[in-house]
Design a protein around this ligand. Structure first.
Ligand code: FAD
Length: 410
């Protein structure tokens, strides 16, 4: 299929009015540059076609991302690059400037599939999976959301029960990124507590536990979610578990309770609060070029005050969001970031980015709705980014609880 459009314009210093790049380290800049190069070579020329076709060559891209060191890059050991959080965030910006689908592939692999194994897995599990996942040879997905349990994952229905020294898994998950291409799924399910050996939360009868499920296991089915109007260049699946038998080696020994999957989400959200700004930046770059060449009423569109007001406001809100992201990333690198900080960053970056994408679309007029420009693709993608990893409303409730001390969730 012929590519609909060539590479987007190169990110330039024209948006960096506060000279923020000055504050980035040589390592940060090198990782950013390598990721940008990979996107220019392997994604940008093709992604508009993938988006239109509703597909992504996920396994091939996973291998390329693995070669570049992007998978689980912020984790230490087991073949992972061990970079700073800021470097991870800058890479996410470059990935999402190409498309949120490729950033989602990398976020899910590194933060949602590799992180739980790295953080809660046994040494055998880490040795078995992490090097292959870092290389992109083994692809993972993360199954938490269910058809009737999204913002409230504690109400999940998927159950594991003990069977000899192993387990049997029944239930299903919905909206699972990488689900149809994955080799393993990290699945969260409720398991009856064994009070004699486990420290269940508050003596509860059941506890959420994590399982590494081979997608080749009998009873495991992954069905593609079709008709998406957002994140089309991304594999999204419905997973079904019909008496899936798992050995004792499948359970993540140290993941006990809802706080375990939530800690994975905090990791992924940290990448997203940077990444969403990549989509915004790409829209701004395209819009800046467009208003310089499009003539209306005898002058370049960029010469009109209304246009400049839009550009000034968008660049200011983009810059403020970028500074917030860098602050959160640097705080995380000092070991002092909290989930509340990450909630504020995710809320702010995604809302800022979607507003920028929509406003840039207006600047492109009718061309703004065409797949020959990336702007509406980014805006549509950001609808998913606004929803997954905690909706905007859920993050507002997190911040409201932090401010008032009152829980307004339920
Ligand atoms: C493209 C895509 C990829 C995804 N990938 C994954 C994945 O890989 N793994 C995974 O596990 N999940 C994934 N998800 C699922 C995603 O995390 C959920 O969609 C999200 O958590 C919201 O859940 P929900 O869709 O069930 O909405 P609901 O929870 O039903 O929310 C509906 C609306 O109610 C609002 N709401 C919820 N609670 C409250 C409240 N207390 N007060 C006021 N308003 C409230 C929400 O903000 C939202 O506006 C993905 C989703 C998408 C779209």
């Amino acid at each position: 299929m012929a590519a609909l459009c060539g590479p987007s314009p190169r990110p330039s210093t024209r948006l960096d009015l506060l000279a923020i790049d000055r504050t980035l380290s040589e390592d940060d800049l090198a990782i950013r540059g390598a990721t940008r190069q990979l996107m220019d070579d392997a994604v940008r020329p093709y992604v508009a076609d993938w988006y239109e076709a509703g597909e992504l060559p996920a396994r091939e891209l996973a291998r390329k991302c693995g070669e570049t060191g992007l998978l689980g890059m912020h984790l230490e050991g087991y073949g992972c690059a061990g970079t700073s959080t800021v470097a991870y965030g800058l890479a996410c910006i470059e990935l999402e400037a190409a498309d949120s689908g490729i950033r989602s592939l990398v976020s899910v692999q590194g933060s949602l599939a590799m992180f739980p194994i790295w953080r809660y897995g046994s040494e055998e599990q880490k040795q078995k999976y992490l090097p292959g996942m870092a290389a992109g040879e083994i692809v993972g997905c993360f199954g938490l959301t269910e058809p009737d349990a999204g913002s409230d994952p504690g109400s999940m229905r998927t159950r594991a029960r003990r069977d000899g020294d192993g387990f049997v898994l029944d239930g299903g998950k919905m909206w699972i990124t990488n689900g149809t291409v994955a080799d393993i799924a990290v699945v969260w399910a409720k398991l009856a507590t064994d009070r004699a050996t486990e420290d269940a939360d508050g003596g509860a009868d059941e506890q959420i536990r994590g399982f590494i499920v081979p997608t080749s296991a009998p009873g495991f089915t992954a069905r593609e979610v079709k008709h998406k109007l957002s994140l089309r260049a991304s594999a999204t699946a419905e997973l079904t578990f019909d008496s899936v038998r798992l050995g004792p080696e499948a359970i993540l020994p140290d993941a006990k309770g809802l706080k375990a999957p939530l800690s994975c989400l905090t990791q992924a959200r940290t990448g997203i609060l940077f990444g969403a700004l990549g989509a915004a930046r790409d829209c701004l770059e395209v819009a800046l070029d467009y208003v310089g060449t499009r003539t209306v009423f005898g002058s370049p569109l960029g010469a009109y005050q209304l246009t400049q007001a839009k550009l000034a406001d968008m660049t200011t809100s983009y810059t403020a969001a970028y500074l917030m992201a860098l602050h959160i990333g640097r705080t995380a690198d000092e070991g002092a970031a909290t989930p509340t900080m990450v909630s504020m960053g995710k809320l702010n970056s995604t809302r800022t980015a979607i507003e920028i994408a929509r406003t840039c679309r207006t600047l492109l007029g009718a061309n703004g709705i065409s797949g020959e420009y990336p702007v509406l693709r980014h805006a549509n993608n950001l609808e998913s980014v606004l929803t997954y990893e905690g909706t905007a409303e859920v993050h507002q409730l997190v911040l409201g609880r932090a401010l008032t001390g009152l829980n307004a969730f339920g």
